[in-house]
Design a protein around this ligand. Sequence first.
Ligand code: NAD
Length: 411
Amino acid sequence: MNLFDMAKVPMAAAEKAMKLDPGAAAIIAEPERVLEVHIPVRMDDGSLKVFTGYRAQHSTVLGPAKGGVRYHPSVNLDEVKTLSFWMTCKCAVAGLPYGGGKGGIICNPAEMSKGELERMTRGYIDRIAPCIGEKLDIPAPDMNTNGQVMAWMMDEYSKIKNQYEPGFITGKPLGMGGSEGRTAATGMGVVVAAFEAMYVNGIDPEKATVAVQGYGNVGSWTAKLFAKRGCKVVAVSDVKGAIYCEDGLDFEALDEYVAANKTVVGFPGTKEITNAELLALPVTILAPCAMELQLTGENADAVQATMIVEGANGPTTPEADAVFEQKGIFVVPDILANGGGVTVSYFEWVQNLYRYFWSEEEVVEKQTEMMKRAFKNVYEASKKYGVTMRVAAYIVALNAMAMPMKMRGIY
Ligand code: NAD
């Protein structure tokens, strides 16, 4: 099964439970538009390299397509289509006036100079420019893209349009249209969703232990904000390995260590464990915050967590989901749990359209309120239809899309 087919498994269960019109289901099963581009880049050694990139717009039913751009050697069309589909559902669950999009370039940024990255980024925007815009499709960062890349993209697009265009892209640095609170936003949302989940399951956060897979943007903020709110974070990991500390990790010291060593592995006072061992720890909350397909039919049985809160997109396969349901593990799905990032991206876009900026307190307050509302809607749907939180999240998303599709006459 490819990734896109796998991603549609819970949606099919949702369509069945809510008796969705087959016309709507058929439309949502495919992206509206997929663009493949080839970008010639002059490399530092004088050679010419042609990079392949994509932009998928899964849906514009609820508003402009919205979603990040990923730079990675394993980027492929199936992945980009799947990520754009998840964005559609995530934005609908979060109650945002957006559809879903996603982009990517097949490249290895670790082996490229800053100049090569800039030329490739500008070339990508030149190629996709006819299909993007603040009312059409709004890119953002994803794996290996950051505020600097967004700044180049905004500059290139503004040149093409011959006007200042901050609203066509989010995740920009502060001081050039970026929003307060964006860097921590996804992790913050994961923690808000986890606290709501603990509340409905009668778990005392002060007694909760947490393991976080991945210590990048999402994982590091998730871990730190869990600790800040009184949970004991006993393990974190990155691509090089995992660390464990029974008494809870000291994040100030860990961040200094990571800045110097580029990995969590070897952090003094911790025991080194494998990523597989981290996933199997007997913790209250397991937060996979690294990448897709981490919890599978192979390792799901070993998971001992009381609940799983998905910071990453698509970390759990349908086989693992079935095991978790049977074991009674409460799963807060990605399209609900990691919606905090796109919610603050939405705030950034709104601030750009108004040219009026909010304080960090305002951003956090509005984000928390929206995350809590989204959690409540999904939890209530799970009770109403007697389904898992994942299937319920798809019911909420499909419900939000079905009426506008019908009223607009899309089918
Ligand atoms: P990132 O590149 O900043 O961090 C990824 C982290 O995962 C790194 O620490 C990396 O070393 C680690 N990692 C990679 N493979 C691993 C493995 N096999 N085992 C353990 N650790 C591994 O990326 P990010 O922005 O934090 O994104 C992480 C996930 O969250 C992705 O699935 C992304 O699509 C999703 N997501 C990100 C955002 C956002 O705002 N950044 C929003 C929603 C969802």
